[in-house]
Design a binder for this molecule. Sequence first.
Ligand SMILES: [Zn+2]
Length: 353
Amino acid sequence: MKTMDLLPPRETMYRALVNRDSSFEGIFYVGVRTTGIFCRPTCTAKKPARENVNFFGTLSEALHNGYRPCLRCQPMDPNGHPPELIERLRAEVERAPGGRLTDKELAAMSIDPSTARRQFKRHYGMTFQAYHRARRIGVALRDVRRGARVDEAKNGSGFESDSGFRDAFTKIFGETPTAAKTQAGLFAQRIDTPLGAMLAVADDKGLRLLEFVDRRAMERELSILRKRLRTNVVPGEHRHLDAVRLQLTDYFSGKSLAFDLPLAPVGSPFQLRAWELLCSIPVGQTRSYSWMAKKLGDVEMRRAVGRANGENMICIIIPCHRVIRADGTLCGYGGGLWRKKWLLDHERKMLRG
Ligand SMILES: [Zn+2]
């Protein structure tokens, strides 16, 4: 799995792009901000200006950043053309990137849902649902970054159909962009990290969520927050979001591995106790599920502990990645095992250095 810091330097990639250098095929993809499309390095389309490009190491990153695959160079298809069924499915997604296609709807289009799933997975290594989710989240979060207000986000993504953006936005944040603006409760921002884009959500009480945007649970977690706190989420600025952004930068650069900001996770009394216990595990160290269960009062609770860790909504800062099997092997991380391994390696390396 490629992380953002393993990409070649920006200048090298831009040169490869201008020269249509085929030796960079599969090394990076390029997203063009003005069109919302992503391409291979060798695409024959007119080359975009330097300031309008974003580089990505994986298809998933490009999709989660709101870009759709170029129809000319077909960056997702090694042979230049997707099979017919996949082409149809992708076209359906583009008609309503904010929606969700149910098995029933697929069947109504005379598409057998299980064939669709199998083909998509075999061809792209991701399920059809994962693809659709990536487009939905990408479109909704495209401009949810520092300083971009909701109305600007809407205008900034002018190349997306207005309704596509609105639908996707509503699915993720629970309100239309206009309604969200008038009754802000929780503030959200996207933060780019070497492990991929994350979404951070905070209010005056503290940080409520920090999650990788490609994680399947993210949409569910946002809806739990909205329901439990009886308010909505709106892209915006907040001092706790500034703090988490700065501290994450320090964490990833190794300048400081410690976090110091108010956390306000939402969960059951048991979850809150489990998460508090996680925070007591020192940087660079690991503990087992049995250790946690024992500390929480019952060695037989390993399963419940595992579940509570998986339901942690404040990744990295509440360090569920520091819990591993008793035999030392890694297991179960919502953000993906490669991230868990990366975080543990990073912490050990930085402590030694
Ligand atoms: Zn292209």
